[in-house]
Design a protein around this ligand. Structure first.
Ligand code: ADP
Ligand code: NI
Length: 233
């Protein structure tokens, strides 16, 4: 039964053993069996761990509802249009799970709003209205950066049958949601179209700090890639 809001830091560790969190982890593990689009169980777990880390830091100075944050981080991709297009509108996989676990309708609403606002969709991307939403969005975006982010971008491109790079195809920096979702580009262009924009879009200061480090790594990778491409090294 859901009852704890605004948990303090000591109870954060206990939450690991919380049955509800455990149950949610095993629900997503089961849900993502066989998924290889980069939206897999381990992506969800990384987002969960990063969200927990950001929540820990942010809650030193602000009120953070840790349970809402962690549930939203774990459920953020179970109705994603790429994974489950038929439930994307209603977010029915998440809603069904939360209802079955007796989460109040008020809290379900909060969690669903976070999930609805989480995605990067070009210039139509949304800034979440709550700190919990900001944390989950930052955590999800951080997983698109750094070594993991580079790996995910190439895994995604490979799955879509895209070329790594084509110097004749320019990045499109002004995409709305529909264009972004249907756009067929190269994986290297994705770095310019999304990855390198994320640091400036971070909502929390703890997220921004992590993004700074991961963006630097991502830029170094990109420079190395283009240098090798041009036969300069
Ligand atoms: P998010 O879960 O953050 O909303 P997406 O659904 O946009 O991310 O994408 C999942 C992963 O695939 C991310 O690492 C993202 O950077 C990568 N990705 C998305 N679109 C492309 C693309 N066109 N080319 C290469 N990688 C992509
Ligand atoms: Ni995600």
């Amino acid at each position: 039964m859901y009852k704890n809001t605004n948990l303090n830091l000591t109870s954060l560790e206990k939450l690991e053993e919380d049955n509800l969190i455990k149950k949610t982890i095993s629900f997503v593990k089961d849900f993502f069996k066989g998924e290889s689009s980069g939206h897999d169980f381990y992506h969800t777990m990384r987002v969960y761990r990063t969200a927990k880390q950001l929540a820990k830091i942010e809650s030193k100075t602000k009120n953070v509802d840790i349970t809402i944050t962690l549930l939203a981080s774990l459920l953020h991709d179970v109705d994603d249009f790429k994974v489950s297009p038929e439930t994307d509108n209603e977010k029915s996989n998440a809603v069904k799970f939360l209802r079955e676990n007796n989460i109040s309708e008020e809290n379900i609403k909060k969690i669903i709003k976070i999930i609805e606002d989480v995605s990067f969709v070009g210039k139509d991307s949304v800034t979440p209205s709550t700190l919990e939403g900001m944390i989950v969005q930052d955590a999800d975006r951080l997983d698109a950066l750094g070594a993991i982010g580079v790996g995910r971008a190439f895994a995604y491109g490979g799955k879509k049958g895209r070329v790594m790079y084509d110097p004749n195809v320019m990045p499109n920096l002004n995409m709305d949601e529909t264009t972004y979702k249907n756009y067929d580009s190269t994986t290297i262009n994705h770095f310019y179209e999304k990855l390198l924009l994320l640091e400036d879009l971070m909502n929390t200061s703890s997220g921004k700090e992590m993004a700074r480090h991961r963006t630097e790594y991502t830029k170094n990778f990109l420079n190395e890639f283009l240098t090798e491409w041009n036969g300069e090294k």
